[in-house]
Design a protein around this ligand. Structure first.
Ligand SMILES: Nc1nc2c(ncn2[C@@H]2O[C@H](COP(=O)(O)OP(=O)(O)O)[C@@H](O)[C@H]2O)c(=O)[nH]1
Ligand SMILES: [Mg+2]
Length: 376
């Protein structure tokens, strides 16, 4: 089938063209293919005009919905939302979705109105005018949401480049200054094989591996390095901090006393102390790595990702911090009423809307999951 060319709508918009160009091109093209049936020419003309309106509307709406749906697939967790808000600005995603939804409503309204007018049109000229006027209005509504579609596509790409974190699973977030050996340790601790190199910001976004805890599967999250300069964090650093804040059950704070990371131990300790204050209810396990290069006098656990030294006892410490979930008595034996089940880490803001499912349960408070479940 050859495609009728319309000079005002390029048939293959360039890569930089706004999304509306392609959406409208497809919509008008499909509308131009309608084949009305009718006994008289007048009846066919009228039906053709109505069908053009209906079909261009349906095609446009389908495209807008596709743009909306694909950003929410797989369903967004609270953590996804936190990452997106951090990178694209708070409320950006919801505003873009809302504007697309409104555009859809307006298009449907315009289509109803135009279709109604075709019924009273005396002849082909008037029908042509109605269809053209509708196309014009449809185009401007779609063009208005171009920036929103562009944003949704950027968010979709961002999501695609990030691993999915399973809400409700214990999550160890490995964080610290750049170059201290976080990725090397993550590779030692989990199935993840992040890139390791001796320059800062090798890791620009989070990566996830898994490890068997015996009683559960642990998500181990590698994060970009954080320099801890207040108010001047780059996007990668902010992503790391958001992951600590929104996804961690336990934080493994990696310190490098060897000096090979180019940062003094004291400066790393300052960030550690700031985080302990900023996240008072979040268990933060500090570990010194590169033990094969020499060790500090501190009483922190010491490991080497290179030789494996200390990794087994680090595992024990991690298990001890994550274990509470596995040590609760079975529900039937619990004498505590569900409302009274202690909620040890209460700092996380409650989600609105009463949906207390997975994400809320994800992190710091494995016990709360139990409480919620038993109260159902
Ligand atoms: N000697 C030694 N070098 C390490 C160790 N862990 C990491 N490194 C090196 O330190 C550099 C930074 O490691 P990387 O894991 O990428 O650090 P990240 O930036 O914190 O993720 C790399 O050159 C690693 O080979 C260790 O335990 N011992
Ligand atoms: Mg790294």
């Amino acid at each position: 089938m050859t495609r009728r060319s319309r000079p005002e709508e390029p048939s293959s918009p360039g890569p930089g063209a706004p999304p509306s160009v392609e959406i409208l091109d497809i919509a008008f093209h499909r509308a131009s293919l309608v084949t009305p049936h009718g006994d008289t020419k007048a009846a066919r003309d009228r039906l053709r005009a109505a069908l053009k309106i209906v079909r261009s509307t349906a095609t446009t709406v389908r495209h807008l919905r596709l743009e909306m749906r694909s950003v929410e697939r797989p369903p967004l967790t609270d953590f996804d939302r936190a990452l997106i808000a951090d990178r694209f600005g708070p409320g950006t995603l919801d505003r873009a979705l809302l504007r697309l939804r409104r555009a859809e409503e307006r298009i449907r309204g315009l289509a109803r109105e135009a279709e109604r007018s075709t019924r009273g049109a005396p002849g082909p000229d008037e029908l042509g005018t109605i269809v053209r006027a509708f196309y014009g209005r449809l185009s401007s509504v779609v063009r208005e949401v171009d920036p929103d579609i562009v944003r949704l596509r950027a968010i979709r790409r961002f999501r695609r480049d990030r691993p999915e974190l399973e809400p409700g699973r214990p999550t160890l977030v490995v964080a610290g200054f750049p170059n201290v050996g976080k990725s090397s340790l993550v590779a030692r601790l989990s199935s993840a094989r992040p890139k390791v190199a001796d320059y800062p910001f090798t890791t620009l976004s989070i990566a996830v591996g898994h490890a068997d805890l015996g009683f559960d599967r642990l998500q181990v999250v590698d994060t970009p390095g954080v320099l801890g300069r207040a108010g001047r964090a780059n996007p990668a650093e902010r992503e790391a901090q958001t992951t600590v804040r929104s996804a961690a059950t336990v934080v493994l704070f990696v310190l490098d006393p060897s000096g090979t990371a180019g940062v003094e131990l004291a400066e790393q300790e300052q960030l550690l102390e700031r985080w302990r204050i900023e996240f008072p209810h979040l268990p933060i396990l500090a570990v010194e790595t590169k033990a094969d290069l020499g060790q500090s006098a501190s009483d922190r656990p010491k490991v080497s990702a290179l030789t494996g030294e200390g990794v087994e006892s680090l595992w024990q410490a991690i298990r001890d911090l994550v274990r509470p979930r596995g040590e609760l008595p079975p529900l039937e034996e619990s004498v505590v009423a569900p409302e009274e089940v202690p909620v040890p880490f209460e700092d996380r803001p409650q989600r609105s809307g009463g949906d207390d499912s997975a994400p809320e349960r994800s992190s710091r408070s494995p016990r709360r999951g139990r409480g919620n479940r038993s109260s159902r």
